[in-house]
Design a protein. Structure first.
Length: 356
């Protein structure tokens, strides 16, 4: 094993350089999540049910960086590794917060799905109460799920670090359940909900093709639909790209008592990638959510750098705004289709209350 790596007394593989990498990840995670959370709170017209669900998700990202990544990985050599209670509780804290974050992803997907499929019921006050209750349930389920072992199968020892071990059938069953909730359940919900939205996009595309032949509708309308399909595929693809390698390696290697250093380096790299997702997540939703993107663009233009960029690329930006749909523009379009008997031939997010 190289000089840059150590095997701690409790069996945890630690790379000193990892503290630097995780320090960067912590900084980026706090920056992106705080920025998006502050934007939602500061702008009154962003106070919608969908955005409050995302605000709760951004809070999870902040807590994940401050209460897990920072003490567990950045400050590991500053005494955390010698504290038996911290050594026992911190891994469970990380599990709970990651489950919390990914369950929020399912809520956002379900929110958009119900907005499209049931636009009138979506606007009812009862639906808002259900959504807020769902957010509370996510926090409760993730917290109980993470710390339940401390009162059942993993009693902490104040003098010794106690960890989950796959040799124990109860521990292994718990880990399998948690990782199913952590990755496979959110992935299933993302695929099912966005597939339904894709079917709506496809119906728009087929109708636009007919209108294009009959009324000379610009082909840009069809191209916008195709781009929207690509954007939704990107949302799912990024989630799989960040999480799948780490989940697979964890499930395959966790039961091994001794793992070669080269393999551990691969696991560590996959862990960097997976734990970076909370930093990337706010950027994705900031771009793919039309209302958030407009406010971000407005603030960028207000800066001196934004003024320079807009002055040089203004025409291109206007063209991209017209021909660049997002997932929310598709949601908005279908909301208008279901809310009106008129034929829809263009995307407009201004009348979709669920994505404002």
């Amino acid at each position: 094993m190289s000089n840059s790596s150590n095997q701690s007394s409790n069996g945890t593989f630690v790379i000193p350089e990892a503290s630097i990498v995780y320090g960067v990840i912590v900084g980026l995670t706090i920056l992106t999540n705080v920025s998006m959370l502050a934007l939602i709170i500061a702008v009154r017209k962003l106070h919608t049910m969908s955005n409050w669900i995302m605000a709760s998700m951004f809070c999870t990202g902040i807590i994940f960086a401050v209460l897990y990544l920072l003490p567990r990985w950045v400050l590991y050599y500053q005494g955390v590794n010698r504290d038996a209670i911290a050594c026992t509780v911190l891994p469970l804290t990380g599990i709970g917060l990651i489950v919390n974050l990914n369950l929020h992803l399912t809520l956002v997907s379900l929110d958009r799905y119900f907005c499209v499929m049931f636009p009138f019921k979506y606007e009812m006050r009862k639906t808002h109460v259900i959504a807020m209750s769902s957010v509370a349930a996510v926090w409760l389920i993730s917290t109980l799920g993470a710390y339940l072992p401390l009162f059942t199968i993993l009693v902490p020892n104040p003098n010794k670090c106690t960890r989950l071990k796959t040799a124990n059938p109860l521990h292994y069953a718990y880990l399998l359940t948690i990782f199913s909730v952590l990755f496979f359940f959110p992935l299933l919900v993302l695929i099912v909900t966005y597939t339904q939205i894709l079917l709506i996009v496809n119906s728009h595309t087929q109708r636009d093709k007919i209108i294009s032949r009959r009324a000379s509708t610009p082909l840009s309308v069809i191209k916008r639909n195709i781009r929207a399909i690509k954007y939704m595929a990107i949302m799912i693809g990024i989630f799989v790209f960040f999480w799948l390698p780490y989940v697979i390696l964890f499930l395959l290697l966790y039961s091994y008592k001794v793992v070669p250093p080269a393999t551990l380096q691969i696991v560590r790299s996959c862990q960097y990638l997976a734990f970076s997702y909370p930093a990337i997540n706010p950027l994705l939703y900031g771009y793919f959510t039309a209302s958030l993107r407009r406010e971000i663009e407005k603030r960028i233009r207000a800066t001196w750098l934004g003024s320079i960029i807009c002055s040089r690329l203004g025409s291109n930006n206007r063209a991209n705004t017209v021909h660049n749909p997002t997932v929310d523009s598709i949601v908005a379009n279908d909301w208008r289709r279901k809310s009106s008997a008129h034929t829809i031939t263009a995307f407009n997010v201004e009348h979709a209350h669920c994505v404002k």
